[in-house]
Design a protein around this ligand. Structure first.
Ligand code: ADP
Ligand code: MG
Length: 263
């Protein structure tokens, strides 16, 4: 990858389901160290876009390059190996494991080892797992079972798990779903700190415009599978097409909490 080249380059990407053009020829780029929000109303094509980037869905047309390498046509596991991570919800079956054991499991997987090997070595990379938990402010709860954690803390652990494979690009589809506004802001501030400290790129979706405007470096807007706007928070908030899509004519976004100042 040459200097100045974006980490992720998406061009002409399309996917139809039956007669529905879920994603209709979109182009965007994402640089290392950038937190990019993908927003749009329900059914706009956000999840379909994510699932093409992570390889779960095959694109009909278009190209997805990571560091100049084509990713379309590759299997999800291969794409994960290339450095595309995503946050998973901790499965119910793992909630009986402790916080640190969940991260150790992720390290086992990142190292290409089998879970059955790790069962015989419960201390597998424990200190590395603790470092990852420290990164998300969860080292103090390392030995608690995941099942007893507060919801916002589970989300932090999920972020540590996603970081175990040292992703270059992290995909987060509605990472703050079900969280209270304050927790949403905390999780995205934490994500932004990882983006800056580790130089990773993050693509995320989020329903709360307050959260998007407060934390995203840049925003792209999908409507009916098409990319209708792109820019910084101020430009997107003032964009007439975006306001039209979200609210119909005559309404505007409220100022974000960050811009209102501390309350
Ligand atoms: P978003 O995540 O922005 O809400 P989606 O990408 O989930 O939007 O969906 C975009 C469009 O594609 C919607 O019209 C949705 O109904 C349709 N769609 C998504 N996934 C499928 C699928 N697996 N089969 C059929 N239609 C789908
Ligand atoms: Mg979705």
């Amino acid at each position: 990858m040459s200097a100045g080249q974006p980490l992720l380059e998406v061009s002409g990407l399309s996917k139809s389901f039956g007669g529905v053009k879920a994603v209709d020829g979109i182009d965007f780029t994402l640089a290392a160290g950038e937190l990019l929000a993908l927003i749009g109303p329900n059914g706009a094509g956000k999840s379909t876009t994510f699932n093409m980037v992570n390889g779960q869905l095959a694109a009909d047309t278009g190209s997805i390059r990571l560091g100049g390498e084509e990713m379309t046509g590759r299997k999800p596991r291969e794409i994960w190996r290339m450095g595309v991570g995503r946050t998973f919800q901790i499965a119910a079956t793992f909630s009986s494991l402790t916080v640190v054991e969940n991260v150790q499991m992720a390290l086992v997987s990142a190292d290409g080892k089998l879970y059955s090997m790790w069962r015989r070595a419960a201390d597998y990379r424990r200190s590395d797992a603790l470092d990852l938990l420290d990164l998300v402010g969860m080292a103090g709860q390392a030995d608690r079972p995941c099942s007893v954690l507060a919801y916002g803390d589970v989300k932090r652990v999920e972020l540590a798990i996603a970081m175990a494979n040292r992703p270059k690009l992290l995909l987060m589809d509605e990472p703050t779903a079900g969280m209270a506004p304050r927790e949403r802001n905390e999780l995205m501030a934490l994500t932004k700190s990882l983006v800056v400290e580790r130089g990773i790129a993050v693509l995320f979706t989020e329903h709360s415009m307050d959260v998007v405007f407060a934390h995203a470096d840049r925003i792209i807007v999908l409507a009916r599978g098409r990319l209708i706007a792109e820019g910084g928070p101020a430009a997107i908030r003032d964009h007439p097409d975006v306001q039209q899509v979200y609210f119909g004519s005559g309404k505007t976004f409220e100022k974000s909490a960050a811009e209102k100042g501390p309350s």
